[in-house]
Design a protein around this ligand. Structure first.
Ligand SMILES: C[S@@+](CC[C@H](N)C(=O)[O-])C[C@H]1O[C@@H](n2cnc3c(N)ncnc32)[C@H](O)[C@@H]1O
Length: 462
């Protein structure tokens, strides 16, 4: 655990204040107490419930989010005080010295990060929970939901995770439990102002999935399932776009929707007889979303004219803004635009820093761009030229800027300005890159005329 700042100011008189928090909590407790004849609160592991089969009309669950939170570590902070103050009222809840861990369903490999080998081996024996552990136990708890749910009952599963492994594990566990997802929608549940949302690519929404006990078709054939996903997802993507869902949330919502399709089958197979697991299908879903999103961000039209690197850049800004992102997620995004990340990093705007990838903006590349020749070849990478031009614009070097635009050929291309506009639209108002882009684009019409003249003059001299 690392020390972090509080997310609200207890001294303020606004929503986050100490007294408002107490009020909110007591309102919840009052409501629960009023429900008490109907309510029975229990503490069990979700992997083995004490209820009979076909018992509940509905089950609502908010399962653990893979490796996002070490719930028991965080609970210990309160547990030790509760144990001293209320353990005499609920002795059965406070039998252990700290929060019980063995049945906790999480992935906690991050415990090993930066740890010396001998220590890591020791930790591995006692505390380590792998992806496999998470998936197996989540599956057990979904199987329990299946068991206790009435045949026409309804289950709601809330989940939020940014990474593909985080989703693969959830999807595999759900599919293996027999529950069938029949609908899924993103709901904005996170506050924009919270600390984590400021510097990371944190999600704003959680996905709510509705699942039922239904007969599933035995086998779905990969090609047909892909067509089915495509047909279904385009409609859904359109709707999500209109609802204003964007960036990482958009991908996650699309993933949720695709489960509605491939979850209808007990297994999905290709024609060679291989069983296709969720990770393969998720790669495909990403490709479909990328294609759709690039066209939407660019307001249709020019996506076909752009290089994979340009598409990657636009999509990155839209998905992750200016955040550093774990390598594996960055690789998936790159793959869906057709680039091999390992071949591109540390050459231009893609930077690898330990296990994270960052996509540099013009303001991060001033030194590198100052050394850049105006044009090594006609039409070099659009993004490099755009960054170079933005720095020249910032420094007030208008003639040099026009030279670069004319010499590379990009200054006479509509696509160049449309890409600049699209990138600006993906960025938050306070972004330095956005400010540069908007400043540059404000004088676009005059600039285009001047670049045309520069181009003609250059041809006359040649
Ligand atoms: C995403 S949180 C739920 C948060 C809750 N909805 C709330 O608003 O406070 C997941 C919860 O699952 C609990 N959990 C982990 N393993 C469990 C298990 N085997 N059985 C029951 N709950 C478990 C975690 O302790 C954590 O409180």
């Amino acid at each position: 655990m690392k020390w972090d700042y509080g997310e609200c100011n207890p001294l303020s008189s606004l929503t986050g204040s100490y007294f408002n928090q107490i009020k909110a909590i007591t309102t919840v407790i009052d409501n629960i107490v009023n429900l008490s004849p109907l309510t029975e609160v229990g503490s069990y592991s979700a992997t083995s419930l004490p209820h009979p089969d076909n018992f509940f009309d509905a089950v609502f669950t908010d399962p653990p989010y893979y490796d996002n939170f070490p719930y028991s570590d965080l609970s210990d902070f309160f547990y030790v005080w509760f144990k001293r103050t209320i353990a005499h009222i609920y002795p059965e809840l406070f039998t252990t010295s700290i929060t019980p861990r063995s049945k906790e369903i999480i992935e906690n490999l991050s415990l090993l990060r930066g740890m010396p080998k001998e220590k890591a081996i020791e930790i591995k024996k006692t505390y380590l929970k792998t992806k496999d552990f998470f998936e197996k136990n989540l599956k057990k708890s979904f199987q329990e939901i299946y068991r206790v749910l009435k045949p026409n009952g309804i289950a709601t599963v809330v989940y939020a995770h940014q990474s593909t492994p985080g989703w693969e594990t959830l999807i595999n566990s759900l599919l293996d439990s027999g529950l069938v997802v029949t609908a899924s929608w993103p709901i904005h549940t996170e506050r924009k102002a919270r600390q984590r949302a400021q510097s990371s690519a944190a999600l704003a929404s959680s996905i709510y999935m509705i699942a039922r006990k239904m007969e599933r078709k035995e086998t779905g054939w990969l090609n047909e399932v892909k067509d089915e996903i495509k047909g279904y997802i385009y409609e859904k993507l359109e709707r999500l776009w209109q609802e204003g869902i964007s960036g990482a949330d958009y991908y996650i919502a699309a993933i949720g929707s695709s489960i509605e399709i491939f979850g209808k089958y007990e297994k999905v197979m290709d024609y060679e007889g291989n069983i296709i697991r969720a990770d393969k299908l998720l790669d495909f879903v990403r490709d479909v979303v990328t294609d759709y999103a690039v066209r939407q961000i660019l307001h249709n039209g020019i996506a076909g004219e752009l290089s994979p690197l340009t598409k990657f850049y636009i999509l990155w800004r839209w998905t992750y803004k200016e955040a550093s992102v774990p390598f594996d997620d960055a690789r998936k995004l790159a793959q869906s635009t057709g680039i091999d990340l390992a071949k591109e990093w540390n050459k231009g705007f893609i930077k690898k820093e330990k296990e994270f990838i960052k996509v540099l903006g013009p303001q991060d590349r001033e030194e590198e761009l100052a050394l850049m020749p105006n044009a090594q070849s006609l039409m070099p990478e659009l993004i490099d030229v755009l960054h170079h031009v933005l720095i020249l614009w910032k420094e007030g070097k208008r003639d040099e800027m026009k030279e670069v635009l004319a010499e590379t050929g990009w200054g006479n291309k509509d696509a160049f300005y449309r890409v600049a506009q699209a990138i600006s639209e993906t960025l938050p108002l306070e972004s330095k890159e956005k400010k540069l882009l908007d400043g540059f684009l404000a004088g676009k019409e005059r600039l285009i005329t001047e670049v045309k003249q520069t181009t003609i003059q250059r041809r006359l001299f040649e």
